[in-house]
Each structure stands twice: as C-alpha cells, then as structure tokens.
Design a protein around this ligand. Structure first.
Ligand SMILES: [Zn+2]
Length: 416
C-alpha cells in the first residue's frame, strides 16, 4: 500500500483522519477507503464540536463520496456512532473529512462550490457525476458554514438595498450589498417591510446605528424601514434606478411618437422610429455608424423625441459628474424638463423633485452606481443557472457564494 501521506492527499482528507485500508470494489468499479477519526476527535458532537459522552453506534457504517482517484469513483467508509450532546441530544460524531449531515467529503463539497462559480452546469454534473439539485444542497452547506465562521455584517457602514424580480410571476428577492467591500451581504425571499425588518433584526441595534448611508430605489417601504431602524443613516436614491427612470421616460416618448405616426398612416416613418430604439437607448460612445445616422435622422424629423433624448443624455452626464457641480446641473435640468413641453418629462421632473433629498444625497456621496447595477445583472444570471435547485435558499446560497466572497479555494491549493 502507498504511503499514508500520499493517500491522504489523494483522498483529500486531513491528518485528523486515520486511513485503515484502501480497497478496490470490483462490483462498483470504485475505490473504497476505510477510515476513522483520530482518537480525541471521535467523541465530539457533529453539530457543535463539543465533547460529549458516547451514545450508540447510530446506523452503523456509512459511505461518503470523495473526489475521484484518477478515473475511479471513490468513497470513504467509516462507522458513524453517536454521542449524547448536552445541547443537541444524540448526534453523529464530528467527521474530520465531511461537513455534518453531508454525503460527500469536504474536498468534494469545496470542489463543487468552486466549480459552481467558475464553470457551467453541465460540466459540473458530468465531471463529478452528480445531479444538479445536489449541487444546490452542497453550495448551501458550504455557504452556511462559511458564514457561521465569520461575522457577515462586520464593518457595514454604507449599504445598497434593492429588490429583484425573478421568474415571470410576482416573485421577488430582497438584496443588500456593501458599498465599501463591493460584496453581496444578505439576500432573502420576498420583499416589503417585514422582509427588510428581518435583516435589521439580524444586524441588531448597535450595528444598525453604525450604518451611515443607505442607497435604494424610491420604494417607500425601504426608506421608511431604514429611517425607523438606522438612526444615523442618510437615505439616498441609487443612481442606477434614477437613470432607469429617465430611460423609461424616453422610451415612453418614443412609443407615443411611434403611435402617432402609425395612426397618421405614416408606416415607413413608424417603422424607422421603431428601429431607432437602440440608438436612443445606447450611450453615445457605444453607437454604431448606423445608429449614429439613425439619431441624426431623429434630430431632423422629430424635434420632440430628440429633445427627450438630450434630456436623457444630460441626466446621465449629471450622474457621471457627481458632487457640487452635479447639484447645480440637476437644478438646470429640472427647469429644462419643466418647460420641455414633453408631458412625460414634465411628470418625471415632478417625481424627481419629490425625491430631491434622496437624489442630492446620491450625488454628493460618490457612491458607485456600477455595484448595484452589476449585482442586479449577475443575480439575474445566477437565477437562470440555479434553475433546477429544489429550494430557493440554494439560489440565495449560490448568489452569496459568488458575490459575497464565500467561494472556497480548491482542495490542496490553500497551502495545506
Ligand atoms: Zn452539539
């Protein structure tokens, strides 16, 4: 038999695991390693790690899926006796090679979690010979353990709160990001006051009082909850959402213009307007030549729509400038919108005025607009990837794994 040291590395177990014997199971075409925890470890509760008196033999011998050895599926096999934990009652002992309640080894779990943020669903399922739903469960236990080992809310001062819709139904997730670390810190099913309050309950009074700034969209339930729970926080509106309002207003003007043209029987004109959609949406620096021509056409043919376009672009410029100058520009912009004779923008101007305090806070605090936006985009993508997970909590775990900084290192790469 090979040296124990080599076997430990091949099986991905630490030196608290004793390898008794390694055999080849002809029937299963697999490697089976018989193992046991090193002595002092054999009397600890699997949940809390506390020492406890022995209870019984549990369900006898058990197997854990380990990483393949070469091309062979590999299993660890061991007794799984129980201790009588003062806190948890009869519980299977702590196994150094696996997380409590897991059917896979730690090295296997960590590899799955790493792959889940680095590669495709099909690649993981084929490479590791596991069902996609199992990946969800594994990711969940990796994240739960990683979060319990640290304070996930440590040092929170400036946060962004957002809600994201998923599936075509009315399902939502509430999302909290840390503007300073750039990380996703919390996520939960649903939206509304109750959901957000559960976040502040977790955070507790003391840490809530240390929150200085909260960025969000203009939903009253967010602002109200934050003001009630964070006495020292300024509530500011996310620039990302503001730009979205303005873009939506522009699109509304384009739709109206298109409808008018159609009703007047100007079909070619209407079709060209429809084609102008992307030219109007895109940032000028990203326009193709064709789109640039389209925009020049809009300028010649439809002054109202072109003014709406300029209003959108000017607003984007304000958001990009930030600071004192942006505040002065915003004042001019609001005056411009008010006398634009474009009803949609007159209305938008009123809406912005109603939220002026939050917008001014956003412009003077130099918050990154990109963070909320990219988290939003990434979570939507992760939702598609997580399709097939059995529990929505597993989707949340995948998002935290990827955006929260909980992705483990590959086994054997962290200097062990
Ligand atoms: Zn316990």
């Amino acid at each position: 038999m090979l040296d124990t040291k080599v076997w430990r590395r091949m099986l991905g177990v630490c030196d608290r695991t004793i390898i008794e014997q390694v055999e080849f199971d002809e029937d299963k075409d697999a490697v089976v390693a018989h193992v046991r925890p090193k002595r002092p470890r054999s009397q600890h509760c699997g949940r809390c790690g506390r020492r406890a008196p022995g209870y019984d033999q549990g369900d006898g011998r058990r197997r854990w899926r380990a990483l393949d050895v070469g091309e062979l599926p590999t299993w660890l096999e061991a007794d799984a006796p129980r201790v009588d934990c003062p806190k948890h009652g009869p519980t299977v002992i702590q196994m150094p090679w696996a997380r409590h309640g897991a059917g896979h080894t730690r090295a296997f779990d960590d590899t799955v979690a790493w792959l889940a943020v680095h590669t495709s669903k099909t690649a993981i399922a084929q490479l590791l010979r596991i069902a996609w739903a199992t990946v969800g469960a594994i990711v969940n236990r990796v994240v739960v353990e990683a979060r319990s080992a640290v304070d996930p809310f440590d040092g929170l001062q400036r946060v962004g709160i957002d809600e994201i819709s998923y599936t075509r139904g009315q399902r939502y997730l509430t999302v909290v990001v840390d503007h300073d670390s750039g990380r996703l810190v919390w996520m939960a099913k649903g939206l509304g006051k109750k959901v957000l309050e559960s976040f502040f309950d977790l955070l507790g009074q003391e840490r809530s009082a240390r929150i200085r700034l909260v960025s969000c969209d203009a939903q009253p339930w967010i602002g109200d909850t934050v003001r009630a729970r964070c006495p020292n926080a300024t509530v500011c509106l996310d620039a990302f959402h503001l730009v979205k309002w303005v873009t939506e207003a522009l699109d509304e003007v384009r739709r109206q213009t298109w409808n008018e043209a159609r009703r007047a029987g100007m079909t070619t004109h209407a079709r060209d307007l429809k084609g102008a959609r992307y030219a109007l949406w895109k940032n000028p620096e990203n326009l193709t030549d064709n789109q640039r021509n389209k925009l020049a056409w809009v300028e010649r043919i439809n002054q109202k729509l072109y003014r709406a376009y300029l209003l959108k672009e000017q607003f984007r410029a304000i958001i990009a400038v930030k600071g004192e100058r942006a505040l002065a520009m915003l004042k001019q912009w609001l005056a411009w919108a008010a006398r634009s004779r474009i009803e949609v923008f007159v209305k938008l101007g009123r809406r912005l005025r109603q939220n002026l305090a939050g917008i001014q806070a956003a412009l003077s605090h130099e918050l990154s607009n990109a963070l909320v936006e990219s988290t939003n985009t990434k979570i939507r993508l992760l939702m598609r990837i997580a399709y097939g997970f059995k529990d929505p909590e597993h989707l949340i775990a995948l998002a935290l794994l990827d955006r929260g900084g909980y992705c483990p290192a590959l086994p054997g790469r962290s200097g062990r």
